[in-house]
Design a protein around this ligand. Structure first.
Ligand SMILES: [Zn+2]
Length: 332
């Protein structure tokens, strides 16, 4: 579509018009024309005054709006506020708190919190495709998130260190931290990160097997956890004595991502329950994987577009994914 907004200021002005919100979403939700979400029929009547479609087939829920099946469904918050929130979260490098959303767009902080979680849900990559592949190079590493090490009692810090280095125990609960494991594909320069139950050989090797394609060359640090990875992978680890001998063997790419995540978590989101950590990871991954690169200079409008497309792409799975969560009606 022509003349779509390029900056936050333009987006706020542009989406103040409900017709533009509708047209913007329609082009993304129904690129090939509207479809009844109940019976998949294309034989519909459009009620322009209410921006609703009505299916000509007789069945319950014949009328539906552009929000149906998306993360906006059943939300009483108007689309202009939703789209502004999506713009903010897709583009603020260090994240945006529910308090900031509350003040910026004029919804309650509780509403802002629910909006942010739903947007994060939409930003989840949602792919089961493995990273890497024959001959490709990936970095694999894990990190601990939560409870600051510097505030820890010396004995607990020693336990933490032991957990990090041991391949036998490594129970993160021991040190009140959540373990996050990640993989970075050197070629696409994208990451995938996930919360893992423990930091032991079994948990991390399972993560590698689930997320990394056979034939990949995996670079890790020296942790004994990664030693004896299955023979389907080529494994090289950082040897601190020889690290300058082979400059390819490092996990610096992932370490940069970890510092980005930690900066966001400690700066913007003061308290993150371990239960919700994966959602913050989804958000951080979205921004990282859609960052501007020399060969792909994405801008704010491109990231916003990508985020909205993921939101509408969640049409079929939204209910399934949120089945265990509080519904909108409880949230407001
Ligand atoms: Zn129908």
């Amino acid at each position: 579509m022509e003349h779509e907004p390029k900056t936050l200021q333009q987006a706020i002005v542009y989406f103040a018009d409900p017709e533009r919100c509708f047209q913007f979403l329609k082009a993304r939700v129904f690129p090939n024309g509207a479809i009844c979400p109940t019976c998949q029929s294309k034989d519909l009547r459009f009620i322009a005054t209410r921006r609703l479609w009505e299916c000509k087939t007789k069945h319950p829920k014949r009328q539906f709006s552009i929000k149906v099946g998306t993360i906006f469904e059943e939300s009483p918050i108007p689309l202009d506020k939703w789209l502004t929130a999506v713009w903010l979260i897709a583009n603020c490098k260090n994240g945006v708190s529910s308090y900031e959303i509350h003040r910026a767009i004029g919804v309650t902080q509780k509403s802002a919190w629910f909006m942010l979680h739903r947007i994060r849900l939409a930003l989840r990559a949602g792919t089961f495709e493995k990273m890497g592949g024959p001959g490709s190079e990936v970095e694999s590493d894990e990190t601990f998130i939560g409870g600051k090490a510097k505030n820890m009692h010396a004995k607990r810090r020693a336990q933490f260190k032991a957990a990090r280095e041991s391949s036998m125990t490594g129970d993160a609960n021991l040190v009140n931290k959540t373990v996050v494991w990640g993989v970075l594909d050197r070629e696409s320069r994208t990451v995938r990160a996930t919360v893992v139950p423990k930091v032991n050989r079994e948990a991390l090797q399972t993560a590698v097997l689930n997320q990394v394609a056979h034939g990949s060359k995996i670079y890790t640090d020296e942790a004994s956890i990664y030693k004896s990875l299955p023979k389907e992978y080529t494994h090289e680890f950082v040897n601190h004595m020889e690290r300058y001998v082979n400059g390819q063997v490092h996990t610096n790419g992932l370490e940069n991502f970890w510092s980005l995540v930690k900066r966001t978590l400690s700066g913007t989101y003061v308290a993150v329950e371990p239960f919700h950590l994966h959602r913050y990871l989804d958000e951080a991954m979205f921004r990282y994987n859609n960052r501007a690169k020399k060969d792909n200079p994405l801008n704010d409008a491109d990231r916003f577009d990508a985020a909205v497309r993921q939101i509408v792409g969640k049409r079929l799975t939204y209910k399934e994914l949120t089945g265990k969560e509080e519904g909108w009606k409880e949230a407001f």
